[in-house]
Design a protein around this ligand. Sequence first.
Ligand code: EPU
Length: 417
Amino acid sequence: MDKFIVKGGKSLNGEVQISGAKNAALPIFAAALLASGKFTIRRVPKLRDTITMIRLLEIIGAEIEFKDSTLEIDTTKCHNPEAPYDLVKTMRASFYVLGPLVARFGRAKVSLPGGCAWGPRPVDFHITAMKQMGVQIDLEEGYILAKAEKLKGNKISFKFPSVGATGNVLMAAVLAEGKTTIHNAAREPEIICLCEFLNKMGAEIVGIGTHELTVDGVSALKPVEFEVIPDRVEAATFLIAGTLLSDELVIKGADRNHLETIFTKLEQAGCNLEVENDFIKINRVERLKPIDVTTAVYPGFPTDVQAQWLALMSLADGTSVITDTIYNDRFTHVAELNRLGAKISLNDNVATVDGVKSLKGAHVMSTDIRASASLVLAALAAEGVTEISRIYHIDRGYERIEEKFSSVGADISRIHK
Ligand code: EPU
């Protein structure tokens, strides 16, 4: 298992290019299963998770070439509508293939994802909605066996605007008979991106970007060329790094429209941001103000930036309160940040952070993608040397993060074990 060795305190200056969004790319790969033929997907980040999804598509029968951020997917020979446990357990997003496989093959065998590092993360919304669309669902040896002669449009209403369930239902509904309405749908930029991809393939989705989606099923879809949106979580992570450590860090390739809430919070913390269409400039804040955040669905503060915000607030001048309303248990990074000298206490889903003057290097362990990002940020800002183990977690969601940080002056290296 690889490790990072970080010598903290280096100033970060220069330009960083933001990669394509993992959480937009993954459902798009799954959606390619809906049509037979050759797709070209650009701006694909090379991550453990995108590689896992590629492997899954190959098991299903797709032929794939991945070169310089461009993915060519040929789905002509797809024949095996199955997502094995070995892959699904390493990446829950594999569950996205359920809707497209049933839509194209009339059947699917998809492993249940099981729990994850920060709690149960159920898939009940996905399953209930599939049943409402005429899919027969049986559970056998940890696998969902799904069958449908023909998917039927229906009125689907989510208790909570789940990103994954919205994506799965959309991918089933585009080839279903009749109209599907999704009430309380997710409206995250990654779902908008999926809708645009599906519409380019010939789907008929309206209400894109709202909580009410309507899909008129069509009889067939066609392969297309498409470009994935930039990763707003990666951009937010680099903005936080700049707030802690830069004289001038320039973030390029991000979409400013997806980052409004992050900009507002950073400005409240004392940041002086320069936001243009093609770049965002940020520099260090000498006395960071403590700013509370509560995570919420888009356009609220993203749960995927909660851990990184905790790292930032650990060095603020006062006390802040960070509440995660999306995932109650997503705080495995707290104990690790405290090993670096942070003063964070946890009460259920509420973290109270007493800002400290400085953090100090230590051995810490990554526990999930965003938790690892918070440890990298804290380590970059800490005095002395930090060793971060289990960095395979960060490789799931950040493309060459150590190279990107090194290129702007950080002292971070990967030790191969
Ligand atoms: N939920 C249910 N039942 C379901 C589905 C969701 O109760 O059937 C609950 C979840 O337990 C959670 C809430 O609804 O409390 C939101 O979950 P959602 O379904 O929206 O999350 P997801 O689709 O599993 C995606 C991202 C996550 C991100 C969340 C929230 C992908 C591949 N994953 O997960 O990203 O945290 O939305 O925005 O898009 C990450 O990138 O590090 C990551 C975890």
